[in-house]
Design a protein around this ligand. Structure first.
Ligand code: GAR
Length: 320
């Protein structure tokens, strides 16, 4: 159950437990503060129940949220809880449903009409030589983002490739914090708009995106996007395709299925993306052995090791 929740939130193990602690501390603190506030307002057993209820509801609706943000910030999880609050405010209709894009300073401002896109950075050039524009990479990810992190680190100061954008569909996902820490702008996308096909194309174009990598991105890529980036979208899958691929086969579900089938080996597949889940042309595979003691969790760790070692390097080969 915990693992499902961790996957849903898109956070790593450590973050998950911190978030749990924050929720716990917030609940307790709100309960204690509510008692103090009602006492401070002079309320007791004889007070009119409607007033008491209103104070309690007020504390629950407003106090709780502030305390949550406070503990979240104190324990280093501001990004997660801020996104959590944003989502809540959007659901309540307080914030507009429009997707926000982080600008280069990572402020949560929508990219204003007419605003200049980030210029393509260029490789350092010798005197008199023409500058070579860098290939601009977008990483699509929905989870903890360990692969995204490795890719960003690999291409830091790279002469011809630059990670220009992180695209994510899950508010509060670990990958958003990674992007922010690394100074990479991020774009939070919404399901309905994404599946309309080409809605996000103009944004990708504004960022000058030349190539897309899916690093733990779980939505099917719409055909309009595939057509706009022919043979320019790569995915990593945590198994040896064509086995254990297709709809519903992602993350821990893959490892659970592999272990349940009693496989002796698993691995990773890097492949181009087409209109079918996990069916595009494969470009690379690497394997690891499974022993009897392996569980889905230990297999996931082995797979991550393979992914981190190979994905950035394979991207570099293909993009170059
Ligand atoms: C990775 O293992 C990746 O292969 C998998 O999600 C994980 C993301 O981990 N992708 C899929 O299952 C796609 N079908 P990360 O967020 O730590 O990079």
């Amino acid at each position: 159950m915990f693992q499902k929740l961790q996957q849903k939130w898109g956070v790593n193990h450590r973050q998950f437990w911190i978030i749990f602690i924050v929720f716990g501390l917030t609940g307790t603190t709100t309960a204690i503060l509510t008692r103090y506030v009602t006492a401070w307002l002079g309320m007791d057993a004889s007070s009119f129940w409607v007033w008491k209820l209103m104070v309690r509801l007020g504390m629950l609706v407003f106090g709780y949220q502030f305390i949550l943000l406070g503990y979240g910030a104190l324990l280093g999880q501001w990004a997660f809880f801020w996104k959590y609050e944003e989502l809540l405010l959007r659901k309540l209709g307080v914030l507009s449903q429009k997707s926000k894009i982080k600008n280069q300073n990572n402020s949560l401002e929508p990219m204003a009409k007419g605003q200049q896109p980030i210029p393509n950075s260029q490789s350092p050039i010798a005197k008199g030589q023409q500058p070579i524009p860098k290939t601009q990479l977008a990483i699509f990810a929905s989870g903890a983002g360990s692969n995204a992190q490795k890719i960003i680190e690999h291409f830091k100061n790279h002469p011809s490739v630059r990670v220009a954008l992180v695209v994510c569909n899950k508010p509060g996902a670990g990958v958003l914090q990674i992007a922010s820490d690394k100074g990479i702008p991020s774009l939070l996308i919404e399901k309905e708009r994404f599946f309309r096909g080409d809605t996000y194309l103009p944004v990708l174009k504004e960022y000058g995106i030349d190539f897309i990598v899916l690093a733990g991105f779980l939505w099917k890529v719409p055909i309009d996007l595939i057509n706009a980036y022919p043979q320019k979208i790569l995915n990593i899958h945590p198994a040896l395709l064509p086995k254990y691929g297709g709809k519903g086969m992602y993350g821990m579900h893959v490892h659970e299925a592999v272990i349940a089938a009693g496989e002796k080996q698993s691995g990773i597949t890097i492949h181009f993306v087409n209109e079918h889940f996990d069916e595009g042309a494969p470009v690379f595979q690497a394997t690891c052995l499974i022993d009897e003691k392996d569980t889905p969790e230990t297999l996931a760790q082995k797979i991550h090791v393979l992914e981190h070692a190979h994905f950035p390097v394979e991207i570099e080969k293909i993009v170059s």
